[in-house]
Design a protein around this ligand. Structure first.
Ligand SMILES: *Cc1c(COP(=O)(O)O)cnc(C)c1O
Length: 442
């Protein structure tokens, strides 16, 4: 597969080049030059296929010929080691639990897949520095996915004081090849610094920089896998339902997850609608309503992994619909809400359904509750993180003391190692150069 830039100013790249570079030079996003259609037989078999089997079939066209079928099988088996169950919450509403991986968030899927691809591509004499900005869960998923991978150094930028205590512990206490940098600024500032690094001629000449943000194709594409899996599971629950009578509600921040969903649909997955569900950072729902796309400074909410004012994957969604606004709005509906209703929904669903939502998944659930009567389909919302990742918030809402899952408990007593910088590109550049010197000297 070849990948072009959505800005169309940079040359086409192979999968390998797109993964290693992360971003095209023209600051667009890599996009596959064609979207293969999956055969009817695949969809018939889907309900009984395992996650690694689905992953192999879906991803093979995108990774060939740079990753051989044998290597891809191996990677898929290593990445999809945890279940992604579809759980019925109430009549016609299902939760796709994406939080059973090592860091309890959906980003485990993309981060694990990407780390294996980059490992397959890294050359011994050319170490790769993976540079990533996080609003919370990316940092832990990437750190976990890359920990101890030879020839790869990982630098994680995060807004100082802008992520939860547990999230911070997960990427600041690992050591080895994982370096955490607290930036005196917002997540958007962090993201901006990363973008600057990639377009900086001096830095990019001195070192091999790669991005592990959701803009990287190796993180974006594997997210399609669980949409196929979810649909297969839903068919098992509702074999009589019309095959395309399902809506996915996707709690969104940078819109990588939703961009993967619409690409899966483009490959033939029978989905009627998607709902772009956000917190107060409602850039995309506002665009769907008005046609005006207006990035804005991000606003802090209790669904903090979605506090994004300039969603960096959205151009991929537009590209999937051929840049046609009308076509896009026929498939994607918008929904947004505020902290107050999120809190009351978490409480109500816990009391009435006995199901515990996290603040992000709660927005997906709320979107379905509001829109399904009009859309007349069944609904699946993505439960993007384990509720205990937001323990303080949930404890306060439910007046409880939520136990941490085992995966998270181990971090609590480790020592943090963090560098702090101001929101200045020169400070990031010196830090990266210093780390590069240390690594190549050792
Ligand atoms: C990253 C994240 C999101 C947003 O996903 P995008 O792909 O950036 O839209 C939603 N919920 C949680 C818990 C996350 O960590």
């Amino acid at each position: 597969m070849k990948y072009y830039s959505t800005n169309r100013q940079s040359p086409d790249m192979s999968f390998k080049e797109a993964v290693v570079k992360g971003l095209p030079q023209d600051k667009g996003l890599f996009f596959p030059e064609h979207v293969p259609a999956l055969p009817a037989a695949f969809f018939e078999a889907l309900p009984d296929m395992t996650l690694p089997e689905i992953a192999f079939e879906v991803l093979q066209p995108y990774t060939a010929p740079d990753i051989t079928p044998e290597a891809l099988k191996h990677i898929c088996a290593e990445v999809f080691t945890f279940p992604i169950p579809l759980v019925k919450v109430e009549e016609d509403i299902y939760s796709l639990e994406l939080f059973h991986g090592p860091t309890c968030a959906f980003k485990d899927v993309g981060a694990r897949f990407m780390s294996r691809c980059l490992q397959a591509f890294a050359e011994p004499e050319k170490p790769v520095t993976v540079l990533v900005a996080t609003s919370g869960d990316t940092g832990s998923a990437v750190a976990n996915g890359f920990l101890g991978v030879e020839n790869i150094e990982v630098v994680i930028l995060y807004p100082e004081g802008g992520v939860s205590e547990i999230q911070e512990m997960q990427f600041t206490t690992l050591g080895q090849n994982i370096h955490a940098v607290a930036v005196a600024g917002t997540f958007d500032d962090c993201q901006h610094l990363v973008k600057q690094a990639f377009s900086d001629p001096v830095l990019t000449k001195e070192m091999q920089l790669s991005s592990a943000n959701s803009i990287n194709v190796a993180r974006w594409l594997p997210q399609m896998v669980y949409y196929f899996h979810a649909w297969g599971q839903w068919r098992k629950h509702q074999p009589q339902a019309h095959a395309d009578a399902v809506t996915f509600a996707v709690p969104s921040g940078n819109f990588g997850n939703l961009a993967a969903g619409v690409l899966a649909r483009q490959m033939g997955l029978p989905v009627k609608f998607f709902i772009a569900a956000t917190n107060l950072n409602k850039i995309v729902p506002a665009y769907l309503e008005s046609g005006q796309y207006t990035p804005a400074p991000s606003v802090a909410t209790i669904a903090n992994a979605m506090d994004v004012g300039s969603p960096n994957n959205f151009p991929r969604i537009q590209e999937t619909f051929g840049q046609a606004y009308e076509a896009l709005t026929q498939v994607i509906k918008g929904y947004w809400t505020e902290d107050g209703p999120i809190k009351s929904t978490i409480l109500e669903v816990q009391q009435n359904q006995g199901y515990l939502l996290d603040p992000h998944g709660a927005i997906g659930y709320m979107a379905l509750k509001k829109e399904l009567p009009d859309l007349k389909t069944a609904g699946i919302f993505l439960e993007t993180a384990h509720p205990a990742k937001f323990k303080q918030t949930i404890d306060a809402i439910l007046e409880t003391d939520l136990p941490l899952p085992e995966q998270l408990q181990v971090f609590l007593h480790r020592k943090k190692q963090v560098s702090s910088i101001r929101n200045e590109f020169s400070e990031l550049a010196s830090l990266l150069q210093e780390q590069h010197r240390l690594h190549t000297a050792s």
